[in-house]
Design a protein around this ligand. Structure first.
Ligand code: NAG
Ligand code: NAG
Length: 341
């Protein structure tokens, strides 16, 4: 184990493990796995980085997870300008930064330029991006590092180690459509024994047109009904709410195809809602551990001959401080609360 900590950042793409010819261009695979870590306590978030060769462009075109829900509660792949730490492995629970770990340094996944590239939970299968679409990383991208975060639920027995992670499919062929992800979510609290709606919304301010193609929902145990994402088109006649996608978060938390691929542009509003059923007799807050909750809607999109949105996150303070009806967006025709879409 000790030798692991002395190892420096692993150079990306020095080793090509497998080469397969798909269509007309070459796709290689990079095994991005935890370096045999030992989760020494419950609810541990661990991060490991790879530095991307700074003088080349690569496009990630697929993700093959290598994990099971028995050990990993979730995995997130972050793109960063700078990683949170220079260690080969560090403790990176976003909301437990005040916690001191005796084995690992504590830092966030990224020191700067954080964005989500991929997410996995509940035994979700592989994800292939559509034809001509790829996540640009390296030279011409703000993504100079990738950081893999794994949330381990429980402490491992003595001597047992883990190498959960994801096999990245990538190419050096230029993809005309760059992929991006925006994460919509909330903070907030859910009162005991009640159904609560956690809502967020953000106006599109950039001169860009995004084409949504996949979405993923994430909650913990209380997200019992649906998590839904919408695009709201503002007009003189009133707001038009178009569903982008809606899913029961207790199903495999994979990226599913959107139900509406209509392009989304400047002044449209992205919005998401989680319906939470708190059957516990205590207040539940948004937080990092499995006893807390989360309300997340990930939207994956492509842009044609353009760079992805600068807006990577769209978070609200959540209940009781924010609902769609209270926001600066001045929404009307808000979808019915009893309507579970
Ligand atoms: C991950 O992949 C390695 C081989 O690359 C394998 O030995 C290991 O069992 C896999 N882990 C899981 C959790 O699937
Ligand atoms: C919340 O959960 C309880 C217990 O499972 C159930 O009886 C109730 O119908 C649920 N409420 C909603 C709105 O789903």
């Amino acid at each position: 184990m000790e030798s692991l900590y002395n190892m420096f950042v692993i150079l990306f793409f020095l080793f090509i493990f497998k080469t397969t010819d798909v269509l007309t261009f070459e796709v290689d695979t990079y095994d991005f796995l935890m370096p045999n870590v030992h989760p020494h306590r419950d609810e541990l978030y661990l991060c490991t980085p790879i530095r991307i060769s700074p003088n080349q462009n690569f496009y990630i075109v697929g993700f093959k997870p290598n994990a099971t829900m028995h050990t990993a509660h979730h995995m997130l792949l972050y793109g960063c300008s700078e990683p949170g730490s220079n260690d080969p492995v560090w403790s990176c629970g976003e909301m437990q930064s005040n916690e001191v770990d005796n084995l690992y340094t504590t830092a966030s996944p990224c020191r700067s330029g954080s964005q989500i590239v991929y997410a996995w939970a509940r035994d979700a299968p592989s994800l292939e991006l559509p034809k001509d679409v790829g996540f640009l990383i390296g030279q011409d991208s703000p993504i100079k590092y990738l950081v893999l975060q794994v949330h381990y639920m429980t402490k491992f027995p003595e001597g047992k180690t883990d190498n959960s992670g994801v096999f990245l499919k990538y190419t050096q062929e230029t993809m005309p459509r760059q992929a991006g992800v925006i994460l919509l979510g909330t903070s907030g609290v859910i009162p005991p024994d009640s159904v609560e709606h956690m809502e967020t919304a953000c106006i599109m301010k950039e001169e860009k047109v995004i084409h949504p193609f996949a979405f993923r929902t994430h909650t913990h145990g209380l997200g019992k009904q649906k998590v839904s994402g919408y695009v709201v088109r503002k007009s003189m006649q009133g707001d038009k709410w178009e569903l982008i996608g809606s899913k029961d978060p207790q199903l495999p938390q994979m990226f599913y195809p959107v139900v509406n691929t209509d392009p989304i542009g400047k002044f449209d509003v992205l919005a998401a809602r989680c319906v939470m059923n708190n059957t516990r007799h205590e207040l539940v807050k948004i937080g990092a551990t499995n006893r807390d909750e989360m309300c997340n809607f990930y939207l994956m999109y492509w842009v044609e001959n353009d760079t992805p949105l600068k807006m990577k996150y769209c978070f609200s303070s959540g209940p009781p401080y924010y609902y769609w009806g209270m926001g600066p967006e001045n929404f009307n025709r808000i979808p019915d609360l009893d309507n579970t879409v």
